[in-house]
Design a protein around this ligand. Structure first.
Ligand code: SAM
Length: 229
């Protein structure tokens, strides 16, 4: 498992990574689109914001991550009888077919190789119940490209594979086309993908703190997708 990079980030996560799960409006967007019931928070990371919101709205939650350190940190912050933390690679989900009502990914479908994006969506499709939903925020390659231009940021980009070199390794980012392609190939015919501009005050402040740029005039965006099996 390639988890060392993520292990290293677990400790001072919020000082180094912008987590949309921290932003109430983003959590609300996710909760509004979910099918309630058994939920998988895939690549949950080390914080408790989303896990708490999911449990507190009556769901039974499994939170997975490839990094044991991420899981330990999340578990230390929030334990409850309705949440289980499981070490699991999203390319090989340890669950039976048709198991979850919803699967959430917040910026966790970001493997090094594009073929692994497909594997992850195939696994999501397999373990979702019929009528179940995948709800995800995913980082935008086009926004990263624009930010490099608008803000003169020194970002390393791979324009053939739509990848960005971030937090110490290459990560596949997304466009509406790469997402649509992955969704269709993995069997999700019913889906919507939209741009969500990060323009809450908290997002502007976090981006300024983490990357040193003021995005208030040119907000960056992520993709928000909802796909139904
Ligand atoms: C950018 S962080 C996002 C974490 C959290 N969802 C959030 O929004 O704060 C990416 C997370 O995905 C996890 N991850 C990366 N590759 C993974 C994989 N193949 N399987 C499971 N988790 C993975 C990392 O360990 C990390 O916790």
């Amino acid at each position: 498992m390639k988890h060392a990079v993520w292990d290293n980030l677990a400790k001072n996560y919020e000082e180094n990574v912008l987590s949309l799960t921290k932003i109430p409006q983003r959590r609300k967007q996710i909760l509004n689109e979910l099918k309630k019931g058994k939920i998988l928070n895939m690549g949950c990371g080390p914080t408790d914001y989303l896990n708490k919101a999911l449990v507190n709205t009556g769901n039974s939650v499994v939170a997975t991550d490839i990094s044991q350190k991420m899981l330990n940190s999340a578990k230390n912050l929030f334990e409850h009888e309705n949440i289980n933390y499981i070490l699991c690679d999203s390319k090989n989900l340890l669950f039976k077919d048709n198991h979850f009502d919803s699967i959430i990914s917040v910026n966790s479908i970001i493997p090094e190789k594009r073929k692994d994006v497909f594997l992850m969506f195939e696994e999501i499709h397999r373990v979702l119940k019929k009528g179940g939903r995948c709800v995800a925020f995913s980082p935008s390659y086009d926004s990263a490209e624009k930010a490099a231009k608008d803000f003169g940021m020194n970002i390393k980009l791979d324009d053939k594979e739509y990848r960005m070199f971030d937090t110490g390794h290459w990560q596949c980012f997304h466009t509406d086309k790469t997402l649509e392609d992955a969704l269709l190939k993995s069997g999700f015919e019913k889906h919507k993908i939209k741009k969500v501009f990060l323009k809450t005050n908290e997002e502007f402040a976090q981006i300024k703190k983490l990357y040193g740029v003021d995005t208030t005039k040119h907000p960056i965006h992520e993709y928000f997708l909802v796909a139904e099996k």
